[in-house]
Design a protein around this ligand. Structure first.
Ligand code: ZN
Length: 313
């Protein structure tokens, strides 16, 4: 049994979606309404602190940050999917602050060692110098780099990504690195096109990227079995000091954007095994950031199941 720290920022005012766009605050409405009922005494709502733009610049570079801030003074699109508005920079900062505050909580012990951040926009498709796939900055990469830079304890960080889309941006940012293990399971072939088994890293980073692709309609048990066995082996070799998770509920059978068959129970099992890995390898230190998930009802039921899995282990 473990306590879980929660932060939520739907950013409905600062990052409003164009009509009909799937990455909208409404996708989180049932989940946030459920959390508001304070469904479990082991969920603790935590405040966020401002961290400024420097942690963003450490991953994306100061030029990117300044260019992004200038662009986000109006509204438009970076590509066919990736919209922005004149206040989206505020939304980016709110989401990043929540993620970094979750890392601070884990390190300082002022909050639970397991954290879950429900924020938008998502981040895992954003490359070092390119916004894409609804993502303007790569929040989990920023939080990972922040943990590395701010706390001596975090020499080796593992990022696990079970969003149904490949976390191409996170992979690209850490591809040459041997201090960050990146594991992604995702529908493949599918958007964004990357994430095959042969993509394992470059230079000293070879062997520190692990892709576990499965085609559309793969049985949920096979997805879970592969993820459990291969990620478990990789974590044993890597021995992380901290585990970060790109959580996606768009692998749910009811999600409108993808064709995987995961159920609420699949997410409960994912929460359970990931919590067990965090206990086994890094003293229970575990930070979860929400990425995708486009069925409002499935987001609620899958998140409830995932949180129960994290709690019960
Ligand atoms: Zn996704």
């Amino acid at each position: 049994m473990t306590e879980i720290g929660i932060r939520q920022c739907a950013n409905s005012d600062t990052h409003p979606a164009p009509p009909g766009h799937p990455e909208a605050a409404s996708k989180l409405a049932p989940l946030l309404a459920w959390l508001k009922t304070q469904p479990h005494p082991w969920l603790h709502f935590r405040p966020s602190q401002e961290h400024g733009e420097e942690p963003v610049a450490r991953v994306h570079g100061d030029d990117y940050v300044q260019r992004l801030k200038r662009t986000l003074t109006t509204s438009g699109y970076f590509d066919a999917d990736t919209y922005y508005s004149e206040r989206s920079w505020d939304a980016v900062c709110t989401a990043v602050d929540a993620a970094l505050s979750a890392v601070d909580d884990v390190e300082s012990g002022t909050g639970p060692s397991v954290q879950f951040v429900v924020a938008r926009p998502p981040g895992h498709h954003c490359e070092q110098h390119r916004p894409m796939g609804f993502c303007l900055v790569n929040t989990i990469a920023i939080a990972t780099q922040y943990a590395r830079d701010s706390y001596d304890r975090y020499r080796r960080v593992a990022i696990l990504d079970f969003d149904v889309h490949h976390g191409n941006g996170t992979q690209q940012i850490f591809f040459p690195r041997d201090d960050v293990l990146f594991v992604s399971t995702h529908q493949y072939p599918y958007y964004p096109g990357t994430g095959s088994r042969v993509e394992t890293g470059v230079g000293t980073g070879v062997g520190f990227t692990l892709n576990l692709p499965h085609p559309a309609h793969t049985p949920a048990d096979l997805v879970l079995e592969t993820f459990t066995v291969e990620t478990g082996e990789a974590l044993k070799l890597f021995a992380p000091d901290l585990i970060m998770v790109s959580v996606g509920f768009d692998g749910h059978v009811d999600d409108p954007l993808a064709q995987w068959l995961l159920t609420d129970d699949s997410f409960r099992r994912l929460g359970s095994v990931i919590r067990q890995w965090s206990e086994e390898y890094c003293g229970g230190r575990l930070v979860n950031l929400l990425e995708g998930g486009y069925s409002p009802d499935a987001n609620r039921s899958a998140a409830a199941a995932y949180l129960e899995g994290l709690h019960n282990g």
